[in-house]
Design a protein around this ligand. Structure first.
Ligand code: GLY
Ligand code: MN
Ligand code: MN
Length: 437
């Protein structure tokens, strides 16, 4: 049936407006093979329809057809090869459209729904092929203009409104996020137990993704990062093909996608089950900043303040460890911590791993509100030759990333199932499991 997001969107549209939202396309990978289809998150949020070649037309002014879907036509032969389609009837009966048409009719029928509206919600610049179609449809209305009919003269980007809605998760969405986070955590726990020096990074990647899929996740919400030793210091490393050596740290950043919602967890553990002194010192610092920031989270706190707190703790810690010299505030001012910590403390999390929603509003950094979900993911990365670092710190790359949702008086940590305290991680790694094939 209709998504609650559709009703909300419709109620917030401007007077005399119509919205046109396209699905994601199928994308050719090579020869006869497509990339795995992933629906456009905005389209899915509004329609819950998981098919390509679909268009939603939202037209609150229309007497009867306030919500229209254009969909692929039923096709016996294609459905034998590629699976069932909703079709025009399904678009109405299962997805709650007031009217539905075959997508092949878009050029003929869509302009009729644009007519009579002053404003058009359409996102130009996202996919060129759709932009060209929309320009053609708008041009085809010229005759209607000459006949004195109203046609859209103002174009509004609908994503501003849709993204504000998506930023605040409702109860069902939070439940999906809990499941995505739980399955993600189970994958990380399995990897910690299975890891042994001599294994290859891809074996842990395979294990984690096996757990995701076998627990009912759709797959991953982004390419898994499994980096050992030097590779732990590369922020978006994902070749995952090196051998894991005794003494390495292993950084795994991987998340499951469940019901179109993303998990996003990072844990960093010692390949041999015991952190070295230098590894532990840096780890404790990153963990401390992760925990201190999580303690701060409550409605009304500024998103930027969380990042500032992380910078403060990490810079202080880097000075204490002798990795930075001089006083803390000078180092913060000169941003010397960026030699070691070069990304933000977190990002919105939802249907997209780097989810939508503005961080800064006209009057400053956004204050967090109940239902907003984001990651807390401080890190320190020390490649050989980093200014100020002695050799014992080389090849230490550490990130500790949790997923949280803001509640009425604090926050819920969705990823607490996967341990992060040194003693817990080391104890878990003793419960070793073998990867059987
Ligand atoms: N996995 C990407 C990130 O943590 O932001
Ligand atoms: Mn991550
Ligand atoms: Mn993240």
């Amino acid at each position: 049936m209709r998504s609650p997001r559709l009703t909300e969107f419709m109620s917030k549209m401007e007077p005399n407006s119509v919205a046109v939202i396209f699905s994601a396309p199928e994308v050719l990978r090579n020869a006869d093979t497509d990339y795995e289809f992933r629906q456009d998150s905005d389209f899915y949020a509004l329609t819950h329809l998981n098919e390509p070649e679909s268009v939603a037309v939202i037209s609150p002014n229309h007497e009867k057809h306030k919500y229209v879907l254009f969909v692929r036509q039923r096709d016996k032969e294609k459905e034998i090869w590629n699976g069932l389609r909703a079709g025009v009837e399904g678009a109405i009966s299962a997805y709650g459209a007031d009217a539905a048409y075959e997508i092949s009719q878009l050029g003929k029928i869509l302009p009729r729904y644009l007519e009579g509206n002053q404003k058009l919600y359409y996102r130009f610049g996202l996919r060129e092929e759709n932009d060209l179609r929309m320009i053609k449809y708008l041009n085809s209305l010229k005759a209607a203009i000459r006949a004195g009919k109203q046609t859209p003269s103002t174009i509004i980007d609908p994503s501003t409104l849709i993204h504000e809605l998506r930023l605040r998760k409702n109860a069902d969405e939070i439940e999906s996020m809990r499941t995505a986070a739980r399955i993600s955590a189970e994958g990380h726990v399995a990897a910690m137990k299975a890891c042994k020096p001599g294994m290859y990074e891809y074996e842990l990647e395979a294990l984690i993704e096996y757990v995701f899929r076998s627990k009912g996740a759709n797959g991953t919400s982004y390419q898994s990062i499994v980096g050992a030793g030097f590779n732990s210091t590369i922020l978006h490393y994902n070749t995952n093909n090196a051998q894991i050596k005794d003494g390495d740290l292993v950084l795994i950043d991987a998340g499951a996608e469940y019901n179109m919602f993303a998990g996003d967890i990072t844990r960093t553990f010692p390949a041999n089950g015991k952190y070295s002194k230098a590894q532990q010192a840096v780890y404790e610092l990153v963990l401390h900043s992760n925990k201190e920031v999580i303690k701060m989270i409550k409605p009304g706190e500024s998103f930027m303040a969380l990042h500032e707190k992380t910078i403060e703790i990490i810079t202080q810690g880097l000075v204490d460890l002798g990795l930075l010299s001089g006083n803390v505030s000078e180092n913060i001012e000169r941003k010397t911590y960026e030699r070691f910590f070069m990304h933000r403390t977190g990002h919105w999390l939802g249907m997209d791993v780097h989810d939508v929603g503005r961080y800064k509003l006209e009057d400053g950094w956004r204050k967090i509100e109940p239902g907003m979900a984001f990651t807390v993911e401080p890190g320190i990365y020390i490649q050989p030759g980093t200014e100020g670092a002695s050799e014992e710190f080389y090849n230490i790359g550490i990130r500790v990333e949790d997923d949280i949702v803001v509640t009425a008086d604090g926050c819920e940590v969705l990823t607490s199932l996967v341990p992060k305290e040194v003693v817990e991680v080391e104890a878990l790694m003793k419960e070793s499991i073998a990867i059987a094939v």
